[in-house]
Design a protein around this ligand. Structure first.
Ligand code: UDP
Length: 238
């Protein structure tokens, strides 16, 4: 499958058309942004790591019955995916307090929740992705009640599968962000990516951060953290 015209360029990825109108090619960049776009930089090797890790996790989720956009990895940085219209919601699942949750509610990071939480942000750069609830999403026409119910069901199922998977690698899945898309036939599928850009990963033993927080917080060791997560997932094939 060959790349045709570029359809879209986002902060971390480019999307290209193919000869098949139901398929597009995603190309992962090393570019990184944080703090609502205020902080810009690049993380060497990130594009390839996020592409390969995301594809591996999407295949794992497919095997467990979660529909995803994944079709085929084409190269280190490029993947063929189903063309979807993205539901403009960032779906955030949390198992442990961190980041904006800790800040918003004035609690420390690292509190293990009795049950995972879910929250939604309206994907809208000019409004800075405001936090919204399901009723707001419905009122704004971002998704139907059926779609929101399906998204919640799939997001919690993804959490169950990934939390257990990462536990086996000695990694705590603290929180993560998912995006869902609608296919041409109206099916809701998991889209975007699952990577150290979109998940908080803490080493199970030391709580060392192995994700994009090292970039957001200028902690150093960003590339090493991404490589370490790659090593945990792929071992010698990293
Ligand atoms: N996240 C993301 N993209 C965003 C905002 C958050 O992928 O635009 C991920 C982030 O990596 C973390 C989770 O969603 O794993 C929860 O992030 P949080 O709401 O705590 O926001 P942050 O502290 O990153 O601003």
């Amino acid at each position: 499958m060959e790349k045709k015209e570029q359809l879209y360029e986002g902060k971390a990825k480019k999307v290209y058309a193919t000869e098949d109108p139901s398929l597009v090619i995603v190309s992962y960049k090393d570019d990184a942004t944080a703090l609502d776009g205020l902080k810009k930089g690049s993380i060497a090797g990130k594009g390839s790591i996020n592409n390969r890790m995301s594809n591996y996790l999407m295949e794992l989720l497919e095997k467990e019955g979660v529909p995803t956009h994944f079709v085929e990895e084409l190269s280190d940085r490029e993947t063929l995916v189903r063309r979807v219209t993205i539901v403009p919601l960032e779906v955030i699942i949390r198992n442990i307090s961190a980041g904006s949750f800790a800040k918003r509610y004035g609690v420390e990071e690292g509190i293990v929740f009795a049950e995972p939480t879910i929250e939604f942000s309206y994907k809208n750069d000019s409004l800075h992705d405001p936090l919204i609830n399901e009723y707001h999403a419905l009122a704004l026409g971002l998704a139907t009640r059926q779609e929101i119910d399906r998204i919640k069901e799939l997001a919690f199922r993804v959490n169950d599968i990934l939390r257990a998977y990462f536990k086996g690698l000695g990694v705590k899945l603290v929180d993560f962000k998912l995006e869902f898309g609608r296919t041409g036939t109206g099916e809701i599928v998991l889209a975007d990516e699952i990577s150290p850009d979109t998940c908080r990963f803490w080493d199970a033993r030391t709580n060392e951060k192995l994700d994009k927080d090292r970039f957001r917080r200028d902690m150093g060791g960003v590339e090493d953290a991404y490589r370490e997560m790659m090593r945990r997932v792929f071992g010698d094939r990293a």
